[in-house]
Write a protein that binds this ligand. Structure first.
Ligand SMILES: [Zn+2]
Length: 79
């Protein structure tokens, strides 16, 4: 696979996925991805995207103050 943006080499890597919802920030660590060596563009497989969505579904975003939740992809219960 090559990068759709710059055509560079894409290799297996891990990244942090950050989702912001109002005052709520969710950080998922160690998310498997493919990353362009040239421009740094990150690609997620459909399977990984589904797991991320499940993780986000289990989290309640209702908060009046800024809340940051950090989850490790490898240790989450829905994977
Ligand atoms: Zn690229």
């Amino acid at each position: 696979m090559s990068c759709t943006f710059c055509g560079g080499n894409v290799k297996q890597d891990k990244t942090e996925y950050i989702e912001k919802q109002g005052n709520y920030i969710v950080v998922i660590k160690n998310v498997p991805c493919e990353k362009c060596e040239q421009c740094g563009e990150v690609y997620f497989s459909n399977e990984v995207v589904q797991v991320i969505e499940k993780i986000l579904d289990t989290i309640q975003y209702i908060s009046s103050e800024l809340t940051v939740t950090v989850i490790d992809y490898a240790n989450n219960k829905v994977a």
